[in-house]
Write a protein that binds this ligand. Structure first.
Ligand code: SF4
Ligand code: SF4
Length: 134
C-alpha cells in the first residue's frame, strides 16, 4: 500500500486541527464506533468517522464547510466510545474554531424567527452565540 503524501498546505491545515484539539487524527483506525453512537449522525453531511478519515487525507476544508461541526451536540459519546482514546468532540470544536476564525457568524441575531426568540430560554441563546459566533 502506498504512503499518502499531503501537500504542504493540506498538512498545515491538518496540523492546525491536531494542535487546536490536542488530538492526533492519525490515531483513528476507522472502527466506526463514534458514528454508531452519535445522536446527530443522521443530520450530518459527514459522519464522525468519515470526518476523521477526511482529516487524515488532508480534506480539512471539506469538513469545515460541512454542517457536521455545527450539528454536533458536544455530548462526548464519540469521545467516550473511541477505542483509541481520541476526543472527537474536541476535534469538532477545533473545526468550529477554524471556521469562526474566518470571522464567520453561524447565526445572526436578526435572522432568528420572532417565535423562536419568544420560546427559546435565554441560556440556549447565550450558549448558541458562544458556540457559533467569533
Ligand atoms: S460529541 Fe458530537 S460528534 Fe460526538 S457523539 Fe456527540 S454529537 Fe456526535
Ligand atoms: S471511534 Fe475512534 S478509532 Fe473508531 S472511527 Fe471513531 S475516531 Fe476512529
Amino acid at each position: 500500500m502506498g504512503v499518502l503524501k499531503l501537500t504542504k498546505e493540506k498538512f498545515r491545515k491538518v496540523d492546525l486541527i491536531n494542535r487546536i484539539s490536542g488530538q492526533n487524527v492519525y490515531d483513528c483506525y476507522q472502527c466506526g464506533r463514534c458514528t454508531s453512537g452519535c445522536p446527530s449522525a443522521d443530520e450530518m453531511d459527514i459522519v464522525p468517522s468519515q470526518t476523521m478519515r477526511f482529516l487524515q487525507i488532508g480534506e480539512v476544508d471539506k469538513v469545515v464547510e460541512s454542517n457536521t461541526p455545527w450539528v454536533c451536540l458536544t455530548c462526548l459519546i464519540c469521545s467516550v466510545r473511541c477505542p483509541k482514546g481520541i476526543d472527537i468532540a474536541a476535534i469538532m470544536e477545533a473545526l468550529r474554531l477554524v471556521k469562526l476564525r474566518t470571522n464567520y457568524d453561524f447565526i445572526h441575531p436578526n435572522k432568528i424567527p420572532e417565535e423562536d426568540l419568544e420560546e427559546l430560554p435565554p441560556i440556549a441563546l447565550v450558549a448558541a452565540f458562544r458556540k457559533m459566533t467569533p
